[in-house]
Design a protein around this ligand. Structure first.
Ligand code: F6P
Length: 361
């Protein structure tokens, strides 16, 4: 008999519930108990935030977006900012309390589903003595050591569908439409959706862009009787010599800045330089919503089942991963060392160039 606690951390991604579904089923088959911790480590701080998960609790959830456990991307337990009575912000470390509760409650393993931030915290807990297994999640697909994270395929499908829809309105008005997509410092969502959605230009964080290159592309389109254009801009992209555009840190306890604004900046440059009617839109959290695609559902279910097999083998401090078409496990530390960037020599980048997409260089 084993007692497992499962948590979802960081920004939500379609497929989280499918992982939970697979973990609960695979544990049930083995006669093990699974508990869900609310909002990351909430259940290991407050028993009210912990709930036993039965087959009935997870019925049908594999097909739903979001997470039944709730999630948060603020409040790292190792450096948690709290406001004291005098209104000052103090940084406290509550990790010892979490470890104590984990042991006191008799858990054998924590299955942490997260992106680089949550998995880095999971690694710190592993180093402090907690038995941890990681499951890679993020729509950004920027985790090292796995060929794919779940959530990415759904986000790309949503972005591609949006681009498909923008074509008709852009064409009707002879307009340039600039679409800002998520992805932080990696251009995976921009590249995959831009190629699949017929973009004229795609700006990635990996290639600082030259705005003149885009304006030349728009003029070139016109020479070929195409009076509209679709431009995809990753939120982390920046102009050559320019800076990444952000909205600051946002809520207390949040570790990463909120990116956004580069799409409108690009649109304004196009307006000024080409005098073309130009509009921008930010797809934002639409990319995180909705039910997971078949690909993400299957990947998430496979990750969940593989995580339980890893518990059985005692593979603590490791993360389940996709390698080629198979499930493997890798040290958690390998997954968080750096963010996976688009390989500029990959065939996808070559494809973009060969079908005439401007990449800003
Ligand atoms: O990491 C996933 C992600 O959706 C990023 O693409 C984006 O920059 C960020 O999270 C947005 O975070 P929040 O939900 O806090 O606005």
């Amino acid at each position: 008999m084993k007692k497992i606690v499962i948590s979802t951390g960081g920004g939500d991604a379609p497929g989280l519930n499918a992982v939970i579904y697979a973990v609960v089923h695979a544990c049930h088959l083995r006669g093990w108990e699974v508990y869900g911790s609310r909002s990351g480590y909430g259940g290991l701080l407050d028993p009210d935030e912990l709930r036993r998960l039965t087959l009935a609790d997870v019925d049908g959830i594999y097909a739903t977006g979001g997470t039944i456990l709730g999630s948060t991307n603020k409040g790292n337990p190792f450096s948690m900012p709290v406001e004291n009575l005098a209104g000052e912000i103090q940084v406290v470390d509550i990790s010892d309390k979490i470890i104590r509760n984990f042991k006191r409650m008799g858990f054998d393993c924590h299955i942490a589903i997260g992106g680089d931030g949550s998995l880095a915290i999971a690694q710190q807990f592993f180093e402090k003595g907690m038995s941890v297994i990681g499951v890679p999640k993020t729509i950004d697909n920027d985790l090292e050591a796995t060929d794919r994270t779940f959530g990415f395929d759904t986000a790309v499908s949503t972005a591609t569908e949006a681009l498909d829809k923008l074509h008709s309105t852009a064409k009707s008005h002879d307009r340039v439409m600039v679409v800002e997509v998520m992805g932080r410092e990696s251009g995976w969502i921009a590249l995959y959706s831009g190629i699949s959605g017929g973009a004229d230009a795609i700006f990635l964080p990996e290639i600082p862009f030259d705005i003149d290159c885009l304006c030349n592309k728009i003029s070139d389109n016109e020479l070929h009787d195409k009076d509209y254009a679709i431009v995809v801009v990753a939120e982390g992209a920046s102009a050559r010599g320019g800076k990444v555009v952000s909205k600051g840190r946002g809520e207390l306890g949040r570790e990463e800045v909120i990116l956004g604004g580069i799409g409108e900046w690009v649109a304004e440059q196009i307006r000024q330089r080409t005098k073309k009617d130009t509009r921008s839109l930010v797809l934002g959290h639409l990319q995180r919503g909705g039910s997971p695609t078949t690909f993400d559902r299957l990947l998430a279910l496979r990750f969940g089942a593989a995580a339980v097999r890893l518990v059985e083998e005692g593979g603590y401090g490791r993360m389940v991963a996709l390698s080629g078409s198979g499930m493997v496990s890798v040290p958690l530390i390998d997954a968080i060392k750096s963010r996976k960037k688009v390989d500029l020599t990959s065939d996808k980048v070559l494809t973009a160039r060969e079908i005439g997409i401007c990449l800003g260089d």
